[in-house]
Design a protein around this ligand. Structure first.
Ligand SMILES: CC(C)(COP(=O)(O)OP(=O)(O)OC[C@H]1O[C@@H](n2cnc3c(N)ncnc32)[C@H](O)[C@@H]1OP(=O)(O)O)[C@@H](O)C(=O)NCCC(=O)NCCS
Length: 171
């Protein structure tokens, strides 16, 4: 029988302070830096669930809902919400915290798909995830719809990739 794991077994929390080198000319965290944090924490959550090497197959859109200022703490939380045979959907929540005021704002939410792979980079089976809390159950149930959207998006991307050449731009 297929192994199962609870969502909470993949929970990851990462908090860091926004330093000047991480900011843009508005004094807020670079979007690219935040995306790297999101990918990083999602990978750890997926590896905690699968206990295998993982690759990022896709990242759903990331909406930057609120700026994260220099000196804020940037707090990320992630866990595996849904599993296929080799793929895992990981939910990431990003909160900015004013360390002097205690004010906390949700700055971004993101869903990533991570795939467990063997030594040759081929997808391999992972344990199924079991949701327990109301939030986990709600994300688990809605994951099926998101998976359908991704399936179509992947197909569209593959078609479009075929129609673009890979020649060097100056040719
Ligand atoms: C992701 C990857 C391992 C898929 O390999 P593949 O041989 O095409 O295998 P499959 O088509 O069987 O896909 C494997 C699983 O990934 C899922 N998947 C693949 N691409 C996906 C995408 N773009 N979005 C969502 N899920 C995806 C499939 O649905 C399947 O899920 P399941 O096993 O749970 O049913 C392969 O495309 C790859 O290595 N991509 C590059 C990853 C990478 O380098 N990431 C870092 C980016 S810089």
């Amino acid at each position: 029988m297929r192994e199962t794991k609870f969502c909470k077994e993949s929970y990851v929390v990462k908090t860091s302070i926004v330093q000047p080198p991480d900011t843009n000319s508005h004094g807020t965290l670079f979007g690219g830096k935040l995306m790297a944090y999101i990918d990083d924490i999602a990978g750890i959550a997926a590896m905690r669930h699968a206990r295998k090497a993982v690759v990022t197959a896709s990242t759903d859109s990331v909406d930057f809902l609120h700026p994260i200022y220099e000196g804020n703490a940037v707090c990320l939380e992630a866990f595996v919400t849904y599993t296929g045979r080799s793929s895992m959907e990981v939910f990431v929540k990003v909160i900015a915290e004013g360390l002097l005021t205690g004010e906390r704002n949700v700055c971004a939410l993101s869903f990533l798909t991570m795939v467990a792979v063997d030594e040759e980079g081929k997808p391999i089976e992972i344990p199924a995830v079991v949701p327990v809390t109301d939030e986990e159950k709600s994300l688990y149930e809605s994951a099926k719809d998101r998976a359908q959207i991704r399936k179509k998006r992947r197909k569209d991307s593959e078609e479009r990739a075929k129609s673009f050449g890979s020649e060097l731009p100056w040719n």
